[in-house]
Design a protein around this ligand. Sequence first.
Ligand code: PHE
Length: 474
Amino acid sequence: MNCSRVLSPLRRSVLRRFLHGKPQIKINGKVYDEHPEYTNVSSTVLNLSDRSLHLKPAHPVGILRKQIEDKLNSTSNSFQLYNNFRPVVTVEENFDSLGFPQDHPGRSKSDTYYVNDKHLFRTHTSAHEVECFGNIQEFCPKVTSKTPTEKPGFLITADVYRRDEIDRTHYPVFHQMEGARVWRRSAEKCADGQEPLHIQKMRHDLAKLEKQLREESGNLVVQDDVSLEGNPKQSYMSDLEVDLCSQHLKRSIELLVAQVFNKKLESMGCKKSEAEFQVRWIKAYFPWTTPSWEIEVFWQGEWLELCGCGVVREQLLLNAGYDKDSTIGWAFGLGLDRIAMLLFEIPDIRLFWTQDERFHSQFREGQITKFKPYSKYPGTTRDVAFWLPQTQEASTLSPIHENDIMEIVREEAGDMVESVKLIDQFTHPKTNKKSFCYRINYQSMDRNLTNNEINEIQENVRRELVQKYNVSLR
Ligand code: PHE
């Protein structure tokens, strides 16, 4: 994509301003210089960035957050809560500090909303791991943190941002909860022949968790993956440490998943003793954890991915200011929106963002209740077909990323777009020109749309495609 030709996506935003002719953006009270090649944040995203749905006590995302926090803190009160981190972070925080390679696809402008070359809208809550690990006072001797905590773990909930497709489960903003826990290592051998203190502590913490799981979640069936083949341990940790740390991580996540889904089963009138449900652990890869896994739950006939996690790489702890060989720990990142959709039976992710009282009045703090659709408004589809510009076709790179099309529709239609799908694609045999056809389904969650307003939006989408990417409409 030729960025220099692309107009700023913020052309209509009230948040855009100029200083000595240089464009700047104001986000949550802070001013950032735009960058001619990097800035791709849209006004849609800017306008959503101060909503903090996870802090609303009677919003499905807020209810779920509170429920998980209470559960994880119920046994040990070990987790410091962070719920107010601002969405703009540095490239260093989001990628570099976690060991993402320079060519990782997550860094690309087609996937991530950049404010400028150094700042972006966080793509995950892991962006705050280094800072929060650094706040754990007892563990982090070098850094004098501004917000020290005594607790050996933390939970961070926040809105995260990714450029993505448009359909009922994808929205440019969604929510994650990051969890982490550390243990300080003591000398390998104790004088009286006992195991080192941290091993005793880990065994104790794990036993508590296992007891709680047995008592509360006898209906949970776990398919574990304990082999470390292709999922290596770190050399500074003993096999026993890796085993205890991994088990504590897995059992903590199982506990929170079990409680969330058992609450749902209960609200559906199922008895826990009769309603088994399954989860499975699968090997995964994240640059800052090893070994790493994902957990999936089998729900209504489908395996649903819930959460990535792993044993934290020592480099991350060193980045946070820890002493070498001093500490071991785990981290996870849980997606909240899909779970909330399933628990509250919400058919379209856009509903989370509606301001309609008919949505909000349905939910109560601390309760999982089934969403009652207030009315289904009809949708209308419109197709847009175009040839890619000739000059760009020779290049091997895709000249327009599909997410760029999604962004244009999102900017023009806001929450009136339900989905956008590629329905046809071909290359002309003689001219070698490439054609694409996208089908846009316009449908509001809150009201009927008129033909006139849809036509106007569709015209704007077509005009923007031509202006930004020089396509020839068909
Ligand atoms: N941040 C990761 C994601 O968004 C999840 C994760 C968090 C994985 C912490 C490992 C440890 O996919």
